[in-house]
Structure formats: C-alpha cells, structure tokens
Design a protein around this ligand. Structure first.
Ligand code: HEM
Length: 504
C-alpha cells in the first residue's frame, strides 16, 4: 500500500472513531459515570486493560482511578468498588439495589441462566432457593449432626498420611487427600455418601468434571467473546465444550446420586431423623416449590461453592504454616496446652483456641478464596458514591484489597495471625468490619460460613497436632504463586509437603 493510501485510511478510521464517540455522547443518557480510562467504541477499555482482571490488577487500577471506577469492557459496564465505605453501601445500605448477580456467557450455561441460587437475580426465585437450602445446609443443627463425620474424615486423612512412608521423607501432595476429605464432608451432608479412596471411579469422574467446570468458568480466555458481541462467533467452540461439560455433570449428579436417593426414600421406612440434604430438597420438589432442574443446580452450586472454596483455604493455610514454622510451632503449642497432648481436636474445641482462629482469619485475609466476592449487579439505574451506575452493571467489590490495603492494615503484606489477637482483635470473619469480608456480608453473603469455619478449624487443627509440616527436601519455602480467576483465587502449584508424624 502506498503511503498516501495508508494515511487516508488511518484518517478515515480516526474520523469514524471520533464520529462514533460524538454520536454516542449525543444519543446516550446523561450519566455522571464513575472515573476510569477513556473507552473507545466497540472495544471500550478492553484493549487498554486486557483480560486479566484479577484482584491485584484491579487494586492497581483503584490506586490510579480511585475507590470507585468504571471499566467499559466492550458492551459490559464493570464497576469496581475498593473502599470499606462503598462496600457497605453496595452490600448493606443499598443491599436490595445491588443484590442481583450478573452472569457472563459461560455462567449462563453452567447455571441454566440463573436456575440455581448463587447466580440468580435478587427476587422470588432466590428467596425460595435460599429458604429451601437453609434447613438442610445452613444451620447449627447441621453442624452438630455432621461434625463427628468431619472429625472422622480428618482422622482418616491423618491415618492415610501416616501409612505412606514417603510422607515423612520426600513428601506428598497433601492437597489430593484433602480434596477427597472435602468431597466426603459435603457428600455426607448432601447424599449421606462418602468415597473410600482417591481412586474410587465415581470420585475420579466427579473430580474431573468439577475441575473442568471450574477451569472453564474462571478462565479469562473467553472474555473477548463475552465483552464484544461481534467476536462471539469465535467463542463457539469454547461454549460448546462448556455445554458438554455441563450436561455430563448434571447427568452424573442425577444418575449416581439424586436418583439413588429417590429410590432409597421410596424403599426404606421414612425416618425424619436421618434425612440428608437431598431428601429435604426433593420434598420441596414434590411440593411443587422447585423443579427437577433446580434440584440439580442446587447440587451444582454446593459442588463449587462449598468444596473448592474450603479446600483452597485449607491449602493456603497449610502453605503459610509451612512457610512460617514459628507460627506453626506456636499453633501446635496452643493445641497441646489447651487440649492436652494427644487429645484430638473436635468441633467444640475450636471455640477455645484463639490462635487457631487467628490463623484461619489471617489465611482468609491474605489468601481470600473469593477475593472479588461473587459479582453483584443492579437491575435498575442506581447511584453509588455520587455517581450514576447504569442498570445491569457488573459490580465487583474488591474484598481482597479492602483486607490488604496498607492504608487500613498494619504490615498488610505479612502473614501475621497475631494481628487478630492484638490491634484487630474485634474483627470477625462474619463481616462485622467492612475491611474484612472473606464471606461477604448482607443479603447475598455466604450462608456456608457456618460450615466452613468449623471444617477449617478441625482440619488445620488435626494436621498441626499430628504432624510437623515442612517443605520438601532441598526447598526452604513452598511456592505460593497465586492463580486468580474471574472472581476466585487459589494456589497455582499444589505443593509437595513433608508431613513428619509426631510421637505422643
Ligand atoms: C472458606 C470457604 C468459603 C468461602 C471463603 C466462601 C466465600 C463466599 C463468598 C465471598 C460469597 C459471595 C458473597 C457476595 O457475593 O456478597 C459466597 C457465596 C455463597 N457461598 Fe460461600 N464460601 C465458602 C464456603 C461455602 C460453603 C461451605 C458453602 C455451602 C455449604 C457455601 C455456599 C455459598 C452460597 C450458596 C453462596 C451464594 C449466596 C447467594 O448468592 O445468595 N460457601 N461464598
């Protein structure tokens, strides 16, 4: 192409962009939008900020644009909130206005366009699902019914690790065994079922499909097609894989778990006392409150929301304890002193162990499993921090930054559980302080906190009581590189850990 032609083409392109901006300014509503980088037509800010919208990159943007900023990602408005005051506004004061969820093209597939509970808008369906799920999952009665099962699962982890000679020498990928434990903890509640070993063929299938679901949903690689509708045809292959995984997964839940339980409830004498969660959910289906698909989406939600988040948190806690031997020793000393050497920790004990609680909180602060909460959304035009927020904007509360902003926390980058016994002793994980929201707060906060905290306490407690946890030979520290996703955070590499049994 000769230079003159190139010049003319570029000029025409420039004029088109300016014209498009002018037209959109003239035709669009007069909004006072939050600050942010200047968007260009069609792409918005996508070319400037890219795909990797993880908690750390969004924290960097908050430092540049302020506590509230807007990114125009193709056709989607993304509002990021990064101060405790604005988080309070979104989650509490205007909890109804901002209490809905957005779904992108991938989450639309995995949740059947919001037929589940986690990704549905704030309204009748959500209220019904939350009510139906509360009795079987989210009460202290459930904790009391299942805590001995969780203690038995943790004891079984300890036994299995002790049986493997390499645990004490070259080390093992402890996470693999803990994953089985977390499945058992939740499948006991859901279906009164457990898996014998990591090789159980049904467990292997389940783990693979859940892993695929997570990877496909949390990846940033499909952003372009979600943000920019004209690019969506290029996403066809990706979305087809998502649909296949979703179908196979729901089929597996149905064929191997739900149907089996249906059969059990018709053949055995009904016994109210031994009902597991799915029996309650199926009762709701029989009463016509929810349909068969809703039942499967509840199972889908628990598989992701409960198992992965808690497993990631356990994995992070162990990695931090290995990398901070002095903290591990201090925790072990507390367990020995308060419970007596050899007494294996139980759920009621977890309330008597302030340092254990501080270790858990510090893990949830520094290594928050859901650092951006689950995306919120305003169904209608709204106001926030003096700005207009167009209807159906995706609202991300950067909970990780609230809990790691050095302006609000002393030596925020350090793993220092003592902070929760000293200057932050009043801060709890339940959202009593808007700087610390590992489970969110308000209407859409995590109802699973009631199960997650005791499971974390029992598991971490038992491991530290029974083993000295060390990096593998030749390493002084574990690799704690993070892997952030659409709104998740887990450790990138599952570490090999040496677990030396203690002798009592
Ligand atoms: C350490 C473990 C866990 C962490 C860090 C965690 C964190 C969170 C967060 C941050 C949210 C979103 C809050 C918001 O958007 O405002 C959430 C939602 C949710 N979590 Fe958890 N969670 C954990 C364990 C669990 C467990 C064990 C269950 C179930 C037994 C569970 C069930 C749910 C459900 C159903 C929602 C959706 C609530 C709604 O949309 O109304 N979570 N969780």
């Amino acid at each position: 192409m000769d230079l003159l032609l190139l010049e003319k083409t570029l000029l025409a392109l420039f004029a088109t962009v300016i014209l498009a901006i002018a037209i959109s300014k003239l035709c669009g509503k007069k909004y006072r939008l939050p600050p942010g980088p200047l968007p260009v037509p069609v792409f918005g800010n996508w070319l400037q900020v890219g795909d990797d919208l993880n908690h750390r990159n969004l924290s960097d943007l908050a430092r540049k644009f302020g506590d509230i900023f807007l990114l125009r990602m193709g056709q989607r408005n993304l509002v990021v909130v990064s101060s405790p005051e604005l988080a309070k506004e979104v989650l509490h004061t205007q909890g109804v206005e901002f209490g809905s969820r957005t779904r992108n093209v991938v989450f639309d597939i995995f949740t059947g366009k919001g037929q589940d509970m986690v990704f549905t808008v704030y309204g009748e369906h959500w209220r019904k699902m939350r009510r139906i799920m509360t009795v079987p999952f989210f009460t202290n009665k459930v904790v009391q019914q299942y805590r001995q099962g969780w203690e038995a699962e943790a004891a079984s982890v300890v036994e299995d690790v002790k049986k493997r000679p390499e645990s004490a020498t070259t080390g093992i990928v402890l996470r693999r065994r803990l994953q089985l434990m977390m499945y058992n903890n939740m499948y006991r509640i859901m279906f009164d079922r457990r898996f014998e070993s990591e090789e159980d063929p049904l467990f292997v299938k389940l783990r693979a499909l859940n892993g695929e679901r997570s990877r496909l949903a949390q990846s940033f690689e499909y952003n372009y097609g979600d943000f920019i509708p004209i690019l969506r045809p290029f996403l066809r292959g990706y979305l087809r894989i998502c649909k296949e995984v979703k179908e196979r997964r729901l089929q597996l839940f149905n064929d191997y778990f739900v149907q089996e339980r249906k059969l059990a409830s018709t053949t055995s004498v009904s016994n109210e006392g031994l009902k597991c969660a799915i029996d309650h959910i199926l009762d709701a289906q029989h009463k016509g409150e929810i349909n068969e698909d809703n039942v499967l989406y509840i199972v889908e939600n628990i598989n992701v929301a409960a198992i992965e988040t808690t497993l990631w948190s356990i994995e992070w806690a162990i990695a931090e304890l290995v990398n901070h031997p002095e903290i591990q020793t201090k925790l072990r000393r507390e367990l020995d002193t308060v419970l007596g050497v050899g007494h294996q920790i139980t759920e009621p004990d977890t309330h008597k162990l302030p340092y254990l609680q501080a270790v858990i909180k510090e893990t949830l602060r520094l290594r928050m499993a859901i650092p951006l909460l689950v995306p919120h959304m305003n169904l209608h035009d709204a106001k926030l921090g003096g700005y207009d927020i167009p209807a159906e904007s995706k609202i991300l509360v950067n909970a990780w930054w609230l809990a790691n902003n050095p302006a609000n926390w002393d030596r925020s980058e350090e793993f220092r559980p003592e902070r929760f016994l000293e200057e932050e002793s009043k801060v709890e994980a339940n959202g009593n302080d808007f700087r610390f929201l590992p489970f969110g707060v308000g209407r859409r906060s995590c109802p699973g906190i009631i199960l997650a905290l005791p499971i974390l306490g029992i598991t971490i407690g038992r491991l530290v009581q029974n083993f000295e946890l060390l990096p593998p030979p030749g390493c002084s520290k574990l690799d704690t590189t993070e892997k952030g996703g659409q709104f998740s955070l887990h450790i990138l590499n599952h570490s090999t850990i040496v677990a030396k049994p203690r002798t009592f």
